[in-house]
Design a binder for this molecule. Structure first.
Ligand code: SF4
Length: 377
């Protein structure tokens, strides 16, 4: 299924026009989750409005030419407050779609009005039932679960559709069905499942027994197929790839170029490809940024981003993946931040992250297919 022997042309170089930008309205988060990668989450460094104006100058042009989104990410973006977030949203034209990734603990009726008024799509971070949220705690170390579900209840009461993002710290047989059933009850219409990653200030080990991870994904596919009411991001992507392999068009699945996914830090700095690198510095790579929107237009920064030294090294790593890894057509070479935080550089290939979230995901889909083959097949 990994289309051995096929050559893949997708994902060569970095596109100069993104499909979305990630914006950090504040570094502050009101929670202190054990697996969080953000170094400045206790500090309230807010994005000044001129940063949003500078990003909007490029984003409005891109949105006029095609679909374009801004993802408000943090810290906890709602911790910036409604007035400040409204001021940051104001420079963006009506064609720009807005999304917010939130821990949901601050959502109330006033925030629901805000989301509706700004046509902002909400994604909440919740890891499943109460007992699966032990890592999600307040600054005082108290469980955040009740506050999370209160925020979700406000969204439901107001009829606002929402996505959910779950972090799974220990994938194992038996867990996936419980999780999927929970999210069916929660009422989200899209679900992303992330196996916990070792990155940023989170140094917890993310190596797991391979059979457990594969079984987790296989079980998730089975749970989804029984009741596919939720768009299940990872599983639908895998099935799309599997269908393309069977149709002999696996090379058409990946985009031709990497989406630069610029992350705009609170201070206007631009970090491409991996939001998780924003805010870090390294003696060898500096602060990872490719420029600052207060000094140069975002479009200009992205046009030159491939020249950022670490990006060049990462592109070498992508080529190494292309030539060595049978999963490349599905994966496209993995995320820059996972290579850096696991391997200490960007031109390596396999990481625990790609084993957990790419290789074993695809193997899990195959395991499910094998277990459910009709006898006549
Ligand atoms: S990141 Fe991992 S799964 Fe993806 S192409 Fe590279 S080695 Fe393969």
């Amino acid at each position: 299924m990994a289309a051995r022997g096929q050559s893949f042309n997708g994902m060569r170089g970095v596109a100069t026009v993104p499909s979305y930008v990630v914006m950090q309205p504040t570094t502050l988060c009101n929670l202190d989750c054990a697996y969080c990668y953000l170094p400045l989450r206790a500090a309230d460094r807010r994005m000044p409005v001129p940063v949003a104006e500078a990003v909007a100058a490029s984003a409005n042009v891109w949105a006029a030419a095609g679909r374009f989104s801004v993802v408000w990410h943090g810290g906890e973006p709602l911790a910036a407050g409604r007035d400040h977030l409204a001021a940051l949203l104001a420079p963006f034209g009506p064609e720009v779609e807005h999304h917010v990734q939130t821990n949901a603990t601050l959502i109330d009726d006033a925030w629901c009005d805000f989301f509706a008024e700004h046509r902002m799509r909400v994604s909440v971070s919740v890891d499943g039932p109460r007992e699966r949220n032990g890592d999600r705690v307040t600054r005082g170390g108290r469980p955040a679960y009740d506050r999370i579900v209160r925020g979700v209840a406000a969204l439901r009461r107001r009829g606002l559709p929402f996505s959910a993002l779950a972090v799974v710290s220990r994938p194992a047989p038996g867990l996936a069905t419980e999780l999927y059933d929970y999210f069916l009850d929660l009422g989200c219409d899209v679900l992303g499942v992330n196996i916990e990653e070792t990155e940023g200030v989170n140094t917890r080990d993310n190596a797991h027994p391979p059979a457990d991870v594969t079984a987790f994904w296989a079980e998730l596919v089975a749970a989804w197929r029984r009741d596919p009411r939720i768009h299940l991001r990872e599983v639908e992507w895998s099935l799309r790839y599997a269908a393309a392999v069977l149709d002999g068009v696996a090379d058409d699945v990946l985009p031709r170029q990497l989406d630069p996914i610029p992350t705009i830090g609170h201070d206007g700095s631009v970090t491409v490809l991996s939001p998780e690198l924003a805010g870090f510095t390294d003696p060898r790579y500096g602060d990872f940024s490719s420029g600052n929107v207060l000094e140069s237009p975002l479009a200009e920064i992205l046009a030159g981003a491939a020249g950022t030294p670490w990006v060049g090294e990462y592109l070498d790593g992508v080529e190494a993946c292309r030539s060595r890894c049978p999963y490349f057509g599905f994966c496209g070479g993995g995320h820059a931040a996972n290579r850096y935080f696991e391997l200490g550089r960007f031109d390596g290939t396999e990481t625990e992250h790609c084993r957990n979230s790419k290789i074993r995901l695809l193997e899990g889909v195959l395991e499910h297919a094998r277990d459910h083959q009709s006898p006549a097949a």
